[in-house]
Design a protein around this ligand. Structure first.
Ligand code: FAD
Length: 465
């Protein structure tokens, strides 16, 4: 049959998983083809995920901090928002990164083939371009990195005022009244942006708390600071009807905190989770198993049930995070090069880049309780941190959890400014098997927020005194 490209490794999808796998494979001396349906590399993360959201969250933070400068004796005029310019700024940030990736692919002689790829056998992938033309890639090994996409609720109509995360990041307009369906990280990050731009918010969540997965003590601090943004925080409630009317989007609720009357919104963000793309790549033609939900099961080498085909990133399972995808990509590329690489990370951190940020890693207090694991807790409140007070961030805190038997750190959580950056040290400590003395006796720079990690360890049962 037709063969247009022959390679050692084909990578399907150019998100953080895919481009990392392609680059590592090339660095290991393999001849690589990278298949991507969109014209830019970077996948969800760079184009419509991590990066554009953080660009907008930065703008939101500066806006809000400026508003509080009155207390410092600095008064600014009312901000003027130029959405076109803000959008262009965000696109510029994304463009720098996706352009950088294209250069890195070229530098490594990774051949990028644009089009929708699907397997036609265990060694062949067909790629269909937008003009309908077909190319066939013959490969020795394949790494599937097809990612995920937003879940759509069947009863929600198509309307420009109803958006998913991708639509929200396009900043179509600034709504007066906005509903966030789903109180997870992605929904709350976008809520933060739109609130800073002037929207009043409602959030509706089926479960009994926002930011599921994080310990409640962390979320409580976030919620206290963020309460003024919201008119309604509806827990244990769901949307059962959404109607697009001339006046706005009319939403009906059901559940414990459901408003009796349908509510009218200018914009509705649906952020109820993401679904993997495993069922859309002809996996069966290659004999690759896919679960009912569309995930591709893999072993510790990221190998599927077919020995020359690997899978990584969102398409293999939770947590759907870019840093997990990148780590798995390196394992898969090395295993494909016949190195003895295995996924052996102890922990994967989670971060909500809200204001304040909420970050956690490893065992949480809730999980320890559920699993009957005895942990010792050490908390350092930022009210005792000079830097936090200077930064107007003294409501944050740093919490470390230690295994009572081994004395080693097993997890931690931080809420406050830059918590996402600070949690990195806790990740390293867990991977290194550090105990409270190791962390507490490490000299941290003063005055910083990262000191709070050392301080928490120091106060743990007085082990450092
Ligand atoms: P993806 O990034 O989804 O990439 C898959 C690629 O494959 C896509 O480019 C797609 O076009 C391509 N593709 C799929 N099927 C085919 C096909 N058949 N043919 C050709 N190409 C195909 N994670 C974090 O860690 N930190 C964050 O701050 C963060 N923020 C986020 C904010 C938002 C709004 C969203 C939506 C997500 C966020 N995430 C964040 C999650 C992160 O984006 C994903 O975990 C990450 O992108 C997954 O990488 P991946 O390589 O598995 O897949």
């Amino acid at each position: 049959g037709q063969v247009d490209h022959t390679c050692d490794v084909v990578v399907l999808g150019a998100g953080p998983g895919g481009y990392s796998a392609a680059f590592r494979s090339a660095d290991l001396g393999m001849n690589v083809v990278l298949v991507e349906r969109y014209p830019t590399l970077g996948g969800v993360c760079l184009n419509v995920g991590c990066i554009p959201s953080k660009a907008l969250l930065h703008t939101a933070q500066v806006l809000e901090e400026a508003q509080h400068m009155g207390d410092h004796g600095i008064a600014f005029a009312q901000p003027k928002i130029d959405l076109d310019k803000l959008r262009a700024h965000k696109e510029g940030v994304v463009g720098k990164l996706t352009g950088g990736l294209a250069g890195m692919a070229k530098g490594r002689k990774v051949k990028v083939v644009q089009g929708v790829g699907s397997f036609v056998g265990a060694n062949h992938l067909e790629v269909v371009a937008t003009d309908g033309s077909k190319q066939v890639v013959q490969f020795n090994k394949a790494i599937i990195a097809a990612g995920s996409q937003p879940v759509h609720l069947p009863f929600i109509p198509e309307d420009p005022r109803i958006v998913d995360s991708t639509g929200a990041l396009e900043l179509p307009f600034i709504p007066k009244r906005m509903l966030i369906i789903g109180g997870g990280i992605i929904g709350l990050e976008m809520a933060t942006v739109y609130s800073a731009l002037g929207a009043r918010l409602d959030v509706v969540e089926m479960l009994d708390g926002l930011m599921q997965g994080a310990d409640r003590d962390l979320v409580k601090v976030w919620q206290k600071r963020n309460a003024p943004r919201f008119d309604n925080i509806l827990m244990k409630t769901k949307t059962v009807g959404v109607e697009a009317t001339k006046k706005g989007i009319l939403v009906t609720f059901e559940g414990e905190q459901a408003p009796k009357e349908p509510q009218l919104y200018d914009m509705v963000l649906v952020s109820v989770g993401r679904t993997p793309n495993g069922k859309k790549i002809g996996a069966d033609k290659a004999g690759v198993a896919v679960t009912d939900r569309g995930f591709i099961p893999v072993d510790k080498q990221m190998r599927t049930n077919v020995s020359n085909i690997f899978a990584i990133g969102d398409v293999v399972g939770q947590p759907m995070l870019a840093h997990k995808a990148v780590h798995e990509a390196h394992v898969a590329a090395e295993a494909a090069a016949d190195e003895k690489a295995y996924f052996d990370a102890r922990v994967i951190p989670s971060v909500a880049y809200t204001h304040p940020e909420v970050a956690w890693v490893g065992l949480t207090e809730d999980q320890a309780k559920d699993q009957g694991i005895k942990v010792g807790k050490a908390v350092f409140p930022w009210a005792a941190s000079g830097r936090a007070i200077a930064n107007n961030a003294d409501d944050g805190f740093t919490k470390l959890l230690f295994d009572e038997e081994t004395k080693r750190i097993v997890g931690g959580g931080i809420v406050g400014m830059n918590a996402g950056d600070l949690i990195g040290e806790v990740c390293l400590a867990v991977e290194m098997g550090a105990d409270a003395v190791d962390i507490g006796k490490t000299i941290h720079p003063h005055p910083t927020l990262c000191e709070s990690v050392g301080m928490a360890a120091e106060v743990y049962k007085g082990v450092c005194t």
